[in-house]
Ligand binder design. Structure first.
Ligand code: SF4
Length: 234
């Protein structure tokens, strides 16, 4: 968006000579603002807080326009996709060692009585919601997972855990808020699917979560490496 505004200001400067100085200044201001968004790797990480807050600001500012055009979801998800691409670049050369997965409580089937808040292992893995498959994958890979029913609790859990990467699943609205609230931590986000509307029996792609964790996080061995017998020695 700032790039578009810079372009508009430049066109204005070209067409309107009396105000040329001010319009060029405005264009330079927009370009200076957008420049950090194109940083990669460690440079991106160092400036991430400011980058995400500015990108989030523009996304929020133009959200009503996107809503008016019937493209609100696409607009917010494009911000999430841009964020994910930057985070993937950071972890191309080194993997996260202390990743945290944040899941919303609404992925649990509404009529299920399993107390997964107390302990996710209370899930019976009946296969009727994504909790069972996530639990299986998290036990196998020793992932750190938190399930929250309130955004502020998820933020508090994340800050207490001090992760070097968050992988968060939520609806697009909460992803936008979460990314800007926890801008200091690299966060890879996966959108929820809402087949029954907001906050009820929601779902998401567990294979996509597994792929993200495989690509971004250093694997933890669940069993000690086997000592291979030496062959050919009498
Ligand atoms: S997988 Fe089944 S038992 Fe586990 S939380 Fe979902 S509905 Fe409940």
């Amino acid at each position: 968006m700032p790039l578009g505004l810079a372009l508009l200001a430049m066109i204005g400067a070209f067409l309107h000579s009396p105000g040329r100085g001010w319009l060029v200044l405005i264009a330079v201001g927009f370009l200076a603002e957008v420049w950090p968004s194109f940083k990669h790797g460690e440079a991106y990480l160092r400036n991430r807080r400011a980058i995400v807050r500015w990108d989030g600001f523009w996304t929020t500012a133009f959200r009503p326009v996107a809503r008016f055009l019937g493209m609100e979801e696409t607009w917010v998800l494009s911000f999430c996709a841009w964020n994910n691409r930057r985070v993937q670049e950071v972890f191309e050369t080194r993997r996260a060692k202390n990743a945290l997965i944040l899941l919303p409580h609404c992925i649990q089937m509404a009529r299920c009585k399993a107390d997964i808040f107390e302990d996710p292992k209370n899930c019976y893995e009946c296969g009727l919601c994504p909790v069972g498959d996530t639990l299986e994958a998290s036990l196998k890979n020793r992932w750190n997972v938190r399930i929250s029913n309130r955004s502020h609790k998820a933020y508090r859990d994340a800050r207490e855990f001090h992760p070097d990467l968050i992988v968060a699943v939520s609806c697009s609205d909460r992803l936008l808020k979460g990314l800007t609230k926890l801008a200091e931590v690299p966060c890879f986000v996966l959108p929820l699917q809402l087949p029954h509307g907001m906050c009820v029996d929601t779902t998401f792609s567990v294979p996509n979560l597994i792929t993200a964790m495989d690509n971004l996080v250093e694997p933890r061995t669940t069993t000690p490496a086997k000592i291979q017998p030496l062959e050919g020695i009498a």
